[in-house]
Write a protein that binds this ligand. Structure first.
Ligand code: WQD
Length: 342
């Protein structure tokens, strides 16, 4: 069973991808510094797949630790790189933390693998498109000036990967541009674990519904959209995890598009914030306490993906709908109330 390194593998998307890699017959190996996750996630993953994944705790910004790991683990054939700081708002307040963490970790891994063939899947984001000129947005849409240091680190990381793949020839790279990951594993044993006040919509919805937050503020109700609230392409985290397995398989088979490629990973459907709230209320049976407040700086008004390339060339299509996204997110929140993990 080929070994796949999953950096950030105890995180939200990382942990779901570890499960799907195991289900697909791979052996996932996790590196995580636990700066934004909990060691208990390993026990939760074990409850799902029956084995505790191999785990190494260290900071990928420490070059010698990375090179020693690679030297001592020669049988890793592929890498899925999630480890990065990812809060848009925090990146505006602390840009140096984001540039240091997101670039040092990426460059250390690439340098450590510079003398061998390696398949590399990168966690990118639709944020690279900014406010698209055309919707649905395709992979050939222009990358626009990032609206946050977080988004800028994703854009520059894609450039680092493309230029390295073209220059050295040993890196086979796929960048997956995620839309908005939401939901949780059907077991409700893993899910999004925001430490502190949630930045993203879904955890704020579920924490409000369960009574941890007093109310949700909808950031803006006067946008140029049918109901005035922003539109996003929400994608179930399990579908997203499966896209990473499909990317590893395509790299192992040989990607006819070459040694650097990009895929949109979304559903192709846009839902407004208010529509997402309604979908949650229908699935949970809970009336959500929310108000319409001022706009949040930096928000894109509407973005959803054209996922034709992923369907035709990656051999992957999202299977789960907004109802399963909401019901699984709610089941996870209720689980956390009984068994706090953080
Ligand atoms: C979604 C919508 C908000 C909270 C960012 C990054 C993306 C990815 C996910 C890391 C927006 C509205 C939110 C709230 C609200 N990053 N909202 N009240 O900003 O689309 O994407 O996070 O994984 O790369 O760009 O996600 O969930 O923060 O916001 O009204 O309390 O919900 O205004 O319209 P976003 P989000």
């Amino acid at each position: 069973m080929s070994k796949i390194l999953v950096t950030g593998g105890t995180g939200y998307i990382g942990s779901h991808t570890v499960v799907e890699l195991h289900n697909a017959g791979y052996t996932p190996v996790i590196i995580d510094n636990l700066s934004n996750s909990s060691l208990k996630i390993l026990d939760q993953i074990e409850k799902i797949i029956g084995v505790k994944p191999e785990f190494h705790q260290f900071d990928l910004c420490e070059e010698t630790l990375v090179t020693n790991f690679v030297k001592n683990n020669p049988d890793i054939t592929g890498i899925i790189h999630f480890a990065a700081s990812k809060a848009v708002g925090e990146s505006v307040e602390k840009p140096l933390k984001y540039y240091r963490n997101n670039f040092f970790s990426l460059i250390n891994i690439l340098q450590a693998y510079n003398d061998k063939k390696i398949n590399f899947v990168f966690s990118s984001s639709c944020t690279v498109y900014g406010e698209p000129d055309q919707l649905p947005v395709t992979e050939s849409a222009p990358v626009k000036k990032a609206t946050s240091p977080y988004g800028n680190t994703k854009q520059i990381a894609e450039e680092i990967l493309e230029e390295s793949a073209n220059a050295y020839g040993n890196y086979n790279v796929i960048a997956l541009r995620y839309f908005n990951p939401v939901g949780a594993h059907e077991s409700a044993l893993i899910g999004e674990l925001p430490l502190g006040v949630p930045q993203n919509l879904l955890p704020f919805i579920t924490q409000t519904a369960i009574g941890k937050r007093e109310k949700l503020t909808v950031f803006g109700g006067d946008y140029d959209t049918p109901d005035g609230s922003c539109i996003r392409d929400y994608i179930h985290v399990v579908d997203l995890a499966k896209a990473h397995v499909a990317a590893i398989k395509l790299l192992e088979k040989g990607n006819p598009n070459g040694n650097y490629d990009v895929f949109n990973v979304g559903t192709g459907n846009g839902y407004s914030v208010l529509e997402a709230i309604t979908a949650f209320e229908n699935e949970s049976g809970r009336k959500l306490n929310y108000t319409i407040g001022p706009r949040r700086g930096g928000d894109i008004i509407k973005v959803w993906g054209d996922v034709t390339k992923s369907t035709q060339q990656l051999g992957w299509t999202a299977q789960l709908g907004i109802d399963q996204m909401m019901s699984s997110a709610w089941a996870w929140e209720k689980y956390l109330q009984e068994q706090p993990i953080a």
